[in-house]
Ligand binder design. Structure first.
Ligand code: ADP
Ligand code: MG
Length: 235
């Protein structure tokens, strides 16, 4: 692996029983690059993220990550019996856990919720806590598995801005799984489509941020067609 790469996957095969979900998948993630991964439900997106995170090592082929990996999920998975700030620093070794948590909460604009219990948070707030928790681990690779899927449209747009800002400030490589083509086009440098157990298509998105989806309608049509969706049906 070269110094310019954060993750390298070669010939990755993942089977569950006799079902082959990933079938010789190759993927390179460069340092600081924002990649979105699209694919139909059951195509293996979460499986790929679990392999990259090191949670699943029962694989064939190569999967290497250089540096620290953090993951945030569609469900924030906060521990209900820990206050927000404790959830953020759980498992982090530091002398000043409170200070670390407060700085991370300030970054996601939730300072005032440090002492709240998770069940009192809105969906968007819980997602911001989940992001803060991923950030305190100073990841070189940030894996986001449909993190905004359960949020309403306005909260989702606010989260897009927040994630873009955090990415610009910290520059981790990001691999964002989403089923939302517009989200992928708004956020990522590169949009990949997972199909048949491999990366079946790749589109580079060079438009400057913040982006308007109207500028990207041609690319949008290509990506939808890669996903087997007719643009007119989807609209
Ligand atoms: P995606 O995230 O793209 O929707 P997943 O990676 O979750 O898809 O799952 C891909 C396929 O692998 C699905 O058919 C799913 O049922 C199967 N699968 C995932 N995890 C397991 C598991 N632990 N045991 C058996 N089958 C699994
Ligand atoms: Mg999934």
């Amino acid at each position: 692996m070269t110094g310019a790469e954060t993750a390298r996957v070669r010939g990755l095969v993942k089977e569950f029983g006799d079902r082959r979900v990933l079938d010789g998948l190759d993927l390179t993630v460069r340092r600081g690059e924002f990649t979105a991964l699209l694919g139909r439900s059951g195509s293996g997106k979460s499986t790929l993220l679990r392999v990259l995170s090191g949670m699943d090592t029962d694989i064939q082929g190569e999967s290497t990550v250089d540096g620290q990996v953090s993951m945030a999920f569609q469900q924030p998975r906060l521990l209900p019996w820990r206050r927000v700030w404790r959830n953020i620093t759980l498992g982090v070794e530091t002398g000043d856990a409170r200070g670390v948590a407060e700085r991370a909460l300030a970054e996601v604009r939730l300072t005032e919720r440090a002492d709240a219990w998770p069940r009192t948070l809105s969906g968007g707030e819980a997602q911001r806590v989940s992001l803060a928790r991923a950030l305190v681990r100073e990841p070189d690779l940030l894996l986001l598995d449909e993190p905004f899927g359960s949020l309403d449209a306005l909260t989702r747009l606010a989260m897009h801005r927040l994630v873009t800002q955090l990415w610009e400030r910290h520059r981790p490589a990001v691999l964002l799984v989403t089923h939302d083509v517009d989200e992928a086009l708004a956020l990522a440098d590169r949009v990949l489509v997972l199909e048949g157990g491999r990366i079946a298509a790749e589109h580079l998105v060079s438009a400057p941020r913040p982006r308007s989806i109207a500028q990207l309608s041609e690319l949008r049509a290509h990506v939808l067609s890669d996903l087997g969706v007719n643009d007119h049906e989807a609209a």
